[in-house]
Structures are given as C-alpha cells and as structure tokens.
Design a protein around this ligand. Structure first.
Ligand code: HPA
Ligand code: ZN
Length: 326
C-alpha cells in the first residue's frame, strides 16, 4: 500500500478545526446569494486568489469577512454538514470543532441560531456519516474578558451540548492571562479548557495557558520548542498538542514544511496530533495535512500510527469510547 493510501486508511480524530474556517468559496457564494449579502469578490477563483497570507492577522481579516454570509440556522447546519462530509472521506471518525460565537453575535446573529444550526449539522453527520463530534466554544482574544463572560452567559442553556471552551484570534498582545477568570468560571461549570498558544506568541504564553488557564489540551504550541523546560513539562504531563502543518506554512509560522517541528516534537516525547485548522483557507483537509507533512519531513508508518492513536487519546471522548478506536 502506498504511503498516501496508508494515510487515507487510518481512522483518525480531528481536534483542531474552526468550523467557520471550513467555509469553502463555493458555499460562501451560495450563501451570499441565498441571503442577499454582498461579498467583495466576483468569482470563486478571485476568493481563492485572495488567500495569500503573510501572518495570522492577514488571514483573520478575510476569515471574519467571509463569515458574514452565515445568517440562518440552515446556513450553520450546511456549513457543519459540508465539513463532516469532507472529514468522513478522510476517515475522520470523531471531530472536536471550534466555533466563534462572538463573530456572529457581534453582527446581530443570535447565539441560538449559531449553536442550534451547528448542533443540527453535527447530529445529521453522526446519523448519516458515522462521524461523532463535540463542540468547543472559542472566546475571541482580541476582545476583552467581559465580552467573553457575556458569551459564556449566553451559552448557558446549551452547556449540556458544549464540551469545552477555547481561545483563538489574534495572539500577540493578547496573552492567556487576560482570560484567567473566565477560564476559571468555565472550569467550575465542568467545561474542558483548550487555548491557542505559541502559534505566533512566545513560550511565556504557553506557560500561562498551562498555569493560569489550566488547559486540558494545547492548540498549536509550536513556539514551545524554544524553551527546553517547557518541552520537558509538556512531555511529562502528556499534554496533547493540536498541530496544524498547512496552517503553519500558509501563515508563515514555518517558512518551509521541511522545517516543520513535528519530527523534533515527537523525538522529545510530545503528544502530537495533526489537524487542518481552517481547511478552506489553508489548502487542505486533514489527510492533505498528513500527506504533505509526511512528504516534506519523512514520517514513518509507525509514526503515522502513533499520530492517529494520539488523536483519539487526546480527544475528550470517554475511556470506553476511545477504546473502540485505539
Ligand atoms: N489562530 C488563531 N485564531 C484562529 C485561527 C488560528 O489559526 N483560525 C481561526 N481563528
Ligand atoms: Zn486554530
């Protein structure tokens, strides 16, 4: 079996996926037409051509603009279902997906529309495609902690269907410490905690995510590699890192995929998983991330099996549910 076929055949979980980042240009146009929303592009090709980023902020500006076409519960259902169809084709059996409620509530879309639409898409995907999923509510870190608290309050009626909270958007200048209280509140409500850290931000932000936000899982974490004591801590704690190779390349976190830190992370005993982040913007769904990284750095089949195991082990499934996959 070729290496690509081997990657395709491996059952896997996806743990770092922004559902708004799976909005393909074709669906963006369809929703723009359906909802009579103006978008600043003439064609699908023009949209794709605009996806040329030199850093995280470049991307976020376009990503938030794209989300404007999402208006109704049906739109959020369709967005989620389209992602799960692609994921199922990549043998994703379980996905823990991020959503950014503030991106929508701040432009007048009720929390209920976003949450019920996504949950309905997730339920349909489980029934039709046999992909299970959980929802992680991300706070936008460029906004203040009061806004994060207000979002958590809006989410209260849905907390039995939301697995955890996360932290995303512009990292530098918005350290995890800014969200210490809201993460403590979320933890006391029984929610899991994850945070983006060390994507563009320094190792200190990773320390803060561990010590102040008390995260259960680390999103990205690349820049941890600059701090040997931090790497030792992450390895010792068995912290799962949700790494996103094509995202790192597209956002210039790494200049060349050949220099991606995954091989060194594995050598140092980190619990790495491979994920797609915002697949509609970064050039590929999960298997494309696995394939391109493997071609660039030469991962072995044994390492690939380990990465697939890590994806289930690092998930928020119960031990019994994990045992069915591993
Ligand atoms: N980093 C931070 N925020 C994000 C990302 C990312 O890669 N994708 C969507 N929001
Ligand atoms: Zn991300």
């Amino acid at each position: 079996m070729s290496l690509d076929a081997f990657i395709n055949s491996l059952p896997k979980a996806e743990l770092h996926l922004h559902i708004e980042g799976s909005l393909e240009p074709e669906l963006m146009f369809e929703l723009a037409r359906r909802n009579k929303v103006e978008i600043p592009f003439d064609s699908v090709e023009a949209v794709r051509a605009a996806y040329d980023f030199s850093n995280l902020q470049d991307f976020l500006d376009i990503y938030y603009a794209g989300a404007n076409v999402l208006q109704t519960e049906q739109d959020f259902h369709d967005l989620a279902y389209a992602y799960f169809q692609r994921a199922a084709a990549d043998r994703v059996r379980h996905a823990e997906i991020f959503f950014d409620p503030q991106t929508h509530t701040d432009r007048g879309i009720p929390f209920q529309v976003v949450a019920d639409g996504l949950l309905s898409g997730m339920k349909a995907a489980e029934a039709d495609l046999d992909v299970s999923s959980q929802l992680i509510l991300c706070f936008l870190r460029h906004l203040d902690e009061d806004a994060a608290f207000a979002t958590l309050r809006k989410a209260e009626p849905w907390l039995d269907r939301i697995r955890g909270v996360g932290l995303d958007s512009s990292e530098v200048g918005h350290p995890p410490s800014k969200f210490k209280s809201v993460f403590a509140a979320a933890g006391s409500m029984g929610l899991k905690r994850v945070a983006h850290a060390g994507e563009e931000g320094p190792p200190e932000y990773v320390w803060e995510a561990l010590d102040l936000l008390k995260i259960d899982r680390m999103d990205h974490g690349n820049r941890s590699m600059e701090d040997p004591k931090l790497v030792e801590r992450l390895a010792k704690e068995g912290m799962t890192l949700t790494v996103c190779p094509l995202s790192n390349h597209k956002l210039c976190v790494v200049d060349d995929l050949k220099d991606h830190p995954v091989p060194e992370m594995l050598r140092q005993g980190l619990h790495v998983t491979l994920n797609s982040d915002d697949p509609a913007y970064f050039g590929g769904y999960v298997n494309e991330n696995w394939r391109q990284l493997t071609a660039a750095v030469g991962l072995t089949r044994e390492q690939l099996i380990g990465l697939a195991k890590n994806s289930f082990e690092g998930s928020f499934l119960t031990s019994a549910e994990k045992a069915a996959y591993i």
